[in-house]
Every structure is written in structure tokens, then in C-alpha cells.
Design a binder for this molecule. Structure first.
Ligand code: GLA
Length: 679
């Protein structure tokens, strides 16, 4: 791994100078300096300009742009420019175009119109990387490489013949021989047995449900194919240039098909893009989940927020603008949760093209705007937070997350379409958020020994080794909660026999003999006052203590919530989809049992997260409410508030960051005082 050099918090955006006449560039650099921008991603969608015809490169404009940025003191995260091929590629090689499952060709005219397994695309893209890296490896502005852009965003699944061939190669590698594949895919079912590799295809549109293991393997293959592009570009960059290499992941509740836990070792620095979903009832809580997950992918270390938006995006049905102060709260929440850099898409709002209504740092209306004012304020904030860089986020709770479990649980022909992966993940994370407790979202292979509490939402597919690790964790004194429809299948999507929840049955001391999913909109009651919907199951306690049972519904009297003492720890199981208040109560019980407390108590709606280095700690306090908030802390508020003793006052909608020191007795208050406004 190459080190990520530099100091302080990175601040910037995608910068696309090629969209503007060169006269604008000098103004851009001047405005960047005014805003405190110190890092821009350049050239992401510039392949068609850099290589107007195969093998003919034109770098002059990029030379001038990089020189200008360097003269202005702005560092560059230089793109390999392979994100979207130029029109000439498909014109000359139509076989590089991706196909949907029904055979529809996806044509150029948007972006990312290439088959991820295309050897022609790979060859042409690596030739470009070689040319770009050869030219700019020594450029003083370039501090980092940005491979492609959001790999797999639009083209993760390609079903063309080239992909089919690559899928067969991948399967041979995985299974070695056809007997093993047939056994793994359960092909005795529905007359699917393969006698020749050539008979196997991607799960193209079929008369009915395709083989689930074939589907699962195709999802694995597809993630691996995207990853292979990242690896190939990184390998070349590492050979040709000294700077660290990254690419922008899309970790969040809306992006399912790239297994970023497996990709993390292919970058020198984990970077993520995150956009608020306007329709989400609590978008800042979803943001916190994405950030906690990004940190989990980054192994707990610092990471870079490569993109988010200053205000509205352009790709949702209704693109809601951010209210005053929201940009600052969003950005600093990412920093609180481990980001050492805050970048946006994009520097200047485009005049033309599909994203012309997407917000930017410099809006169409120019720099005398609410957005640019907030951009400048954020720049000053991030400068004041330089000392936080490199510190780690304090978290005593882990939530297990596995992309394979997500893929598996949402395959077709399952007991209920209402059981989705993100549902319980977000519910449990949301309950922790409301309790003021920070969690790392980690892969089941992570070392769990440092956590007091481990939550396991909907881990439908689980490997033996991961189930065993959870058992060891609990036996050694840990507390764990497993939610329904977990532990059901092995890595081939084969049922674990003997009763559900298969892999976790012994750990949890329960055995379920039959699922009783509920009809849409039906709700049941539990004997502790909770309500639940979506899912119930006929569960027998076999060693576990029953904490609550159904009071009505198809399984009246059957246990719904259990606790099993194992070794010196305990494993809890919830067999139904509890309402939000009951989920909060359950999480509160678990936190008490595990001895987990928030960094400091705070009013509802006030987010508090602690980052820590070897000898210092910082408390981030983000007030999402419209009332002033008070929290008990002593130290120096870094965003203009000065010293605070025993109590910090954070105005409505504002953010404070306190370098903590041991509390003294005197009571006074401090605030960073500015109130958000439209002016
Ligand atoms: C993604 C892409 C950017 C841009 C933004 C718009 O993050 O990487 O190129 O399209 O979305 O929100």
C-alpha cells in the first residue's frame, strides 16, 4: 500500500475544465483558492478528447490545466480517463457494447457503454492508462490516481457472448470440473445438468426462475470482472507512477452489485461517493450508515469522500435542494465518521449535457450564491479540522454486512418479497443512531474481538467459517443479535438442513420448523406490547430463554424473541420484523447488557461521534434539530467557538467539533454561533 501523503483534510471536487473555455480556468483556480479547495479530480470523462482516434493522443489542454492548478497550489487526483469509451470504440468494435439479459444492446450516447469482459476494451483502456501515466507520473500537481469512475455503475451485468465466454472461464477456475459445478448448482433439479462447459450461459431471460446458484455465481463473476479492470489499471499505474491509487466506490444502501469488501485491497485508499436520497425520511441517518460502512470497508482507517452534492442532484424523480446548513452538516458528518477528505461532484455546474441540473460548488448563478457561500464556509471549517486527519472513529458495536448475503436473500422464488437485505440493517443501525452509538459495518470475516456488541441483520447466506467466528466471539463473552432469515443457506445457496436458522441454530438455542410470512399490511402483536409485520416463524426454544412471544396472528404463543447464554456471552434472536419503537427498546437492552454507552448523552436528533488518535480525541456534535442543543464536554471547539468548559451549546442546525480535555468543575458555555440563513 502506498501512503497517502499531505496534511490536513482534503477539500474539492471533480473538475472538468474541458467543458469550459480556457478563459474560465483562471477564474476557477481563483475561486478554488477562495473556497479553500486543495484537491480536484481531473479528466474523468475525457477519453474522447485525450485520444480522438485510436493511438493518437492530445494532451496539450490537460498539460495547461494541470500546470494552472499547480501554480494555484491545488493538488490533482488524476483520472485514468477510462470511465467512458469514446464513440470511435463502439463504431469500430460493436462487439464491445454490453447486452442486457434479454439481448438488448446498450448503445453509446450515455456513458459506460462497454462490456466489462471485453478484451478490446481492456486493451484500449490500458493503452490509455499507459499514455496518461507515462505523461503525468512526474507532474508536481498529481498526488493520486483515480481509476475509471464508479466502476459497474451502469454496466455491471453484461450478458453478451463475450461475457458468456468469460463467465465459463471464471466457473472453470472456481469449480475445476463439471461434476463439481453441477453439484454446487443443484442441476439435478429441473433437468439442468450440464455435460459440456459450452452449454453454460449467463442467466439470460428465461421462461421462469433461473437456477439460483447460477444467478449468484453470475453476480460474483460480474463483481469480479469490474474488479479485474481496477486491478489491471492499478497494476500498470503502480509500475509507472509513484502516487497512491484509488477509485470511487458507491457504498450505500442503493448499490448492491459490487462486493467492495473484496475490492478494498485493490486500492491504496478507500474512496466513496454518497448522495442523499431526497425521498428518504431521514437522509442524514442513511448517510451515517454509508459512512460507517465505508469505514468498515477501509478496515477502520481513514477514507476519502470522493463525491457528494452541494445541493440537489439531477437523477432522482424530484431533486430536492439542500436547506441552509445541510451541506455543512452532511460534509462534517462524513468527517466525524472517518473521512479525511470531502469532495463533490462537481466544481462548476455544466451548461450542457445530462447533468446540467446537478448542483455544483459554483452554480449557474455564479459565486454570489448561498451554495458558494456555504462552500467557502466549509473550506474554512475543514482547514480548522486539519489536526483530526489520520485519527480513527471510536466504535464498540459492529454490524455484519456481506454483499453475497444481500445478493442471496433477494433472489427470486423466496418465502416473501418483503424480506430485503437493507431493511433490518437500516433498522438496527437507525436504532443505534438514535441511541447515539456509533457502529462499524464490517464483513463477517473481520476480527470481532474488539467489539462489545455484534448485530447480524438478515445474514441469509453465511459461510461455515463466519458462523464459527460468531460463535467463538459470543462464547468468549460477546453479545450478539441475529435477525430472522439468517444462516439459512451455505455459499452455494443450498439450505442448511435440520431446521432454521441453520448455521446459527446451536448458537441461538432455537429451531424453526416452518416460516409463516405475513400477508402485505398484516400486523401481529407480541406479549410485551410490540407489534411486528412481514415475517413470523414457528420457532422452538431449544436451550434459549424466551423473552417474548406472539399474542395473536398465525403463531399465537410461539416465541418471537429469545436469548441464549453461550460460554460467557449471549446470543439473541429475533424471529419477526419489530416496529421501530420495539427495535429501539431491543437495541437499548442489548447496549445495556453489552455495557455500551454513547460518547456523551445528547438530545434526540443530535449526532455525536468521537474520533481518537494515540493521544487526543475529538467530539463531533451535529445538531440536526431546529432547537439549540447542549452536551457535556470540556475542551476547545475548533470551528470558531473557542474553549468550552463542562458544557457546549450547539445552535439549531449547526455543527461543533471539540478537541477534548478532561472535564473541569466550572460550568460555562460556548457556541460557534452562526445561524443558517438563506442570505
Ligand atoms: C456519480 C458520478 C458522477 C456524477 C454524479 C451525479 O457519482 O461519479 O460522474 O454522475 O454521480 O450525482
Amino acid at each position: 500500500m502506498r501512503n497517502w501523503h499531505g496534511e490536513g483534510i482534503w477539500y474539492g471536487a471533480d473538475y472538468n475544465p474541458e467543458q469550459w473555455p480556457e478563459e474560465t480556468w483562471a477564474e476557477d483556480v481563483a475561486l478554488m483558492s477562495r473556497a479553500g479547495v486543495n484537491l480536484v479530480s481531473v479528466g474523468i470523462f475525457s477519453w474522447a478528447l485525450l485520444e480522438p482516434a485510436p493511438g493518437r493522443y492530445e494532451f496539450d489542454w490537460l498539460d495547461r490545466a494541470l500546470d494552472l492548478l499547480h501554480a494555484g497550489g491545488i493538488d490533482v487526483d488524476l483520472a485514468t480517463a477510462t470511465a467512458s469509451p469514446p464513440p470511435w470504440l463502439a463504431h469500430r468494435h460493436a462487439e464491445t457494447l454490453p447486452r442486457r439479459a434479454d439481448g438488448t444492446i446498450l448503445w453509446p450516447g450515455g456513458r459506460q457503454a462497454y462490456c466489462p469482459s471485453s478484451p478490446i476494451f481492456r486493451e484500449r483502456s490500458l493503452a490509455l492508462v499507459e499514455a496518461v501515466a507515462g505523461r503525468y507520473a512526474d507532474h508536481p500537481a498529481v498526488v493520486m490516481w483515480h481509476v475509471s469512475n464508479e466502476l459497474g455503475c451502469h454496466n455491471v451485468h453484461c450478458y453478451c457472448d463475450v461475457s458468456a465466454e468469460a463467465f465459463r472461464r471464471w466457473l472453470r477456475e472456481r469449480y475445476g470440473d463439471l461434476d463439481t459445478l453441477n453439484a454446487a448448482w443443484g442441476t439435478t433439479f429441473w433437468s439442468q445438468r450440464y455435460h459440456d462447459w459450452a452449454e453454460i450461459n449467463p442467466p439470460r431471460s428465461a421462461p421462469t426462475f433461473a437456477n439460483p446458484t447460477q444467478q449468484l455465481d453470475f453476480l460474483r463473476f460480474s463483481s469480479d470482472e469490474q474488479r479485474a479492470q481496477l486491478r489491471a489499471e492499478r497494476e500498470l499505474l503502480t509500475r509507472l507512477a509513484p502516487q497512491p491509487v484509488t477509485t470511487n466506490f458507491m457504498i450505500g444502501t442503493g448499490i448492491k452489485y459490487m462486493d467492495y469488501h473484496s475490492w478494498a485491497s485493490d486500492v491504496d485508499l478507500v474512496a466513496n461517493d454518497h448522495y442523499l436520497v431526497a425521498a428518504h425520511p431521514r437522509p442524514h441517518v442513511e448517510l451515517a450508515l454509508a459512512a460507517d460502512h465505508t469505514r468498515g470497508v477501509a478496515g477502520g482507517g481513514p477514507w476519502l469522500l470522493m463525491e457528494h452534492s452541494t445541493s440537489a442532484v439531477n437523477w432522482q424523480p424530484r431533486n430536492v435542494a439542500k436547506t441552509p446548513g445541510q451541506l455543512r452538516r452532511n460534509s462534517l458528518a462524513h468527517v466525524a465518521r472517518g473521512a479525511d477528505g470531502v469532495l463533490f461532484f462537481q466544481w462548476r455546474a455544466s451548461r450542457a449535457g445530462a447533468e446540467k441540473f446537478h448542483s455544483a460548488l459554483v452554480p449557474h448563478a455564479g459565486s454570489e450564491t448561498k451554495v458558494f457561500g456555504e462552500v467557502c464556509r466549509l473550506g474554512a471549517d475543514l482547514k480548522a479540522l486539519a489536526e483530526v486527519r489520520g485519527s480513527r472513529v471510536e466504535a464498540d458495536v459492529a454490524i455484519l454486512f456481506d454483499y453475497e448475503a444481500w445478493w442471496g436473500v433477494e433472489l427470486d422464488s423466496h418465502p416473501s418479497v418483503d424480506v430485503t437485505y437493507v431493511d433490518r440493517l437500516a433498522a438496527l443501525h437507525g436504532a443505534l443512531w438514535r441511541a447515539g452509538v456509533t457502529a462499524d459495518v464490517v464483513h463477517p470475516s473481520a476480527d470481532l474481538s474488539r467489539y462489545r456488541l455484534v448485530l447480524v441483520p438478515t445474514l441469509y447466506l453465511v459461510r461455515d467459517a463466519h458462523a464459527a467466528a460468531l460463535r467463538r466471539y459470543v462464547a468468549a463473552g460477546g453479545t450478539a443479535l441475529v435477525t430472522y432469515f439468517s444462516g439459512i443457506v451455505d455459499e452455494h445457496d443450498h439450505i442448511r438442513l435440520g431446521g432454521y436458522p441453520g448455521a446459527f441454530r446451536d448458537l441461538l438455542g432455537v429451531r424453526t420448523e416452518e416460516f409463516f410470512p405475513l400477508p402485505a399490511d398484516e400486523r401481529v402483536h407480541l406479549d410485551d406490547g410490540a407489534t411486528a409485520d412481514v415475517w413470523t416463524e414457528w420457532l422452538h426454544a431449544e436451550g434459549a430463554e424466551v423473552l417474548s412471544s406472539y399474542a395473536d396472528g398465525p403463531l399465537s404463543g410461539v416465541p418471537a424473541l429469545t436469548r441464549h447464554a453461550v460460554g460467557v456471552g449471549a446470543a439473541w434472536y429475533v424471529g419477526t420484523r419489530l416496529d421501530e419503537a420495539a427495535t429501539d427498546r431491543l437495541v437499548a437492552r442489548l447496549l445495556t447488557e453489552a455495557g455500551v454507552r454513547p460518547p456523551v448523552p445528547a438530545p434526540a436528533g443530535v449526532e455525536v461521534v468521537r474520533r481518537r488518535s494515540a493521544d487526543r480525541s475529538w467530539l463531533f456534535v451535529i445538531n440536526h434539530t431546529d432547537a439549540e442543543a447542549r452536551v457535556a464536554v470540556t475542551g476547545t471547539e475548533l470551528l470558531g467557538g473557542g474553549r468550552c468548559v463542562s458544557e457546549l451549546v450547539v445552535p439549531a442546525g449547526e455543527v461543533a467539533v471539540v478537541r477534548e480535555e478532561p472535564a473541569k468543575e466550572v460550568r460555562c458555555s460556548s457556541s460557534n454561533g452562526r445561524t443558517p440563513s438563506w442570505s
